[in-house]
Design a protein around this ligand. Structure first.
Ligand code: SF4
Length: 397
């Protein structure tokens, strides 16, 4: 059989990291640098070069495009249109722009309507001003509500809000307050995050007290209970969506799909070769086992803007590759698959990895039997296991 080349590969998922912020929030470890119009123009020029270098190697037909950051809402609509125009968007269903409430006014929203962005992820984080201040956010709670209403008035019907919990000195009442505010706004999707600090972020050295694990678990279960009662589907450990509004882009990560990441610090997941039409995971894995050239890997662009530019000046892409052997892939498949509340399909697992999940992992299953739901062809976490999922995942590793 004649081998296909990388140019035959169809990549359906695209992430774009926009590496600018107006000011660094005190808890944030995402890569970003100070914003200026000049810096952003330079970035877009290089980003387009990166996209076109990839296009020489891969057939990119995005079903989803996700502008994350950083602060993608610092881009102008002309820049957003120019970036989107680099792709074949005939089959694109979802284009998300992460927005900082501080950037949203009527002028911004009028201008955004000239783009085909159809999903907004609004970085609310909390509806308590004292918490927003601790987090170093540039907006207050009133500004979140204003921004949300502006976006709604401009016809955006797929809006996600972020909520952080586990903040210093936070009480259950505080979490409930923000949750109630969110539910009054009635977004289509909510992503929740438990505050977790890297040692080098300013908030790390400032905090004196964070809620205990028991308290944080209580917050998590409160969030889950209230959002499910309000009609949200809890489709992934940290994510809730109304029916039909699950994040299609983020699902690609948990479903083990290949994706490209553009921009400094962006990550991608690729395979050197697999057949057309777009292969199933099983095709990809069996080919990887049988073909030494068939390598699956993750890559990371430099988390340094000048290094990123230097890489592209040399017409290079894909700086740091981590090759996944079959065992690595199997662990990732389990870890990511069990994050979905529908769990892992045992038949698919057997087809892909040529091994029986229940036999191979019986020691883990026995240890956590009362936290796992095992049906004929599925295994999933019970809701009471979601909060301690990391502990369970580590046993599979
Ligand atoms: S949380 Fe968002 S806005 Fe704040 S510094 Fe990080 S990327 Fe920038």
């Amino acid at each position: 059989m004649e081998k296909n080349t990388q140019a035959d590969q169809v990549i359906n998922y695209v992430y774009i990291h926009v590496p600018f912020c107006l000011r660094k929030c005190s808890y944030c470890s995402f890569f970003s640098v100070n914003f200026s119009r000049e810096a952003s123009s330079r970035f877009v020029k290089y980003l387009i070069k990166e996209i076109n270098l990839f296009k020489q190697k891969y057939n990119i037909k995005p079903k989803t495009i996700y502008f994350g950051g950083g602060t993608p809402s610092l881009l102008t609509s002309e820049q957003i249109n120019l970036i989107i125009s680099q792709f074949d968007i005939v089959e694109t269903e979802e284009i998300t722009l992460e927005c900082n409430p501080v950037n949203i006014d009527n002028k911004f929203a009028d201008s955004l309507k000239t783009t085909i962005i159809n999903r907004i992820s609004l970085g609310a984080q909390s509806f308590m001003d004292k918490e927003l201040k601790v987090l170093g956010r540039l907006h207050n709670a009133e500004k979140i509500e204003d921004s949300y209403k502006i976006l709604r008035n401009h016809g955006y019907t797929n809006i996600s809000l972020d909520l952080i919990y586990g903040l210093p000195d936070q009480t259950k009442k505080d979490v409930e307050f923000s949750l109630n505010k969110i539910m009054q706004l009635d977004p289509e999707h909510i992503s929740t995050y438990c505050l977790s600090l890297e040692k080098d972020v300013p908030l790390f050295s400032k905090i004196t007290y964070i809620p205990s694990d028991e308290k944080i678990a209580e917050f998590y279960h409160l969030i889950r209970y209230k959002l499910i009662s309000a009609g949200f589907d809890h489709y992934e450990i940290s994510n809730f969506g109304k029916s039909g509004f699950e994040s299609r882009h983020n699902l690609c990560y948990w479903k083990d799909e290949f994706y490209l990441g553009f921009g400094p610090s962006a990550a991608g997941y690729l395979n050197n070769y697999y057949p057309e039409p777009f292969g199933t995971t099983q095709d990809r894995v069996s080919r990887r086992i049988n073909d030494e050239e068939n390598i699956t890997y993750r890559y990371n662009n430099p988390a340094n803007i000048e290094e990123y530019y230097k890489m592209l000046d040399k017409n290079e892409i894909i700086a740091n590759k981590t090759i996944l052997n079959n065992d690595d892939h199997e662990k990732e498949y389990i870890f990511l698959g069990l994050r979905k509340t529908i769990g892992i399909d045992l038949g698919e697992f057997k087809n892909i990895f040529n091994t029986d999940f229940m036999d191979k992992y019986d020691h883990v299953i026995n240890k956590f039997r009362n936290l796992l739901d095992i049906e004929k062809d599925k295994i999933k976490l019970k809701p009471e296991a979601y909060f301690i999922s990391d502990e369970i995942f580590s046993e599979f590793m």
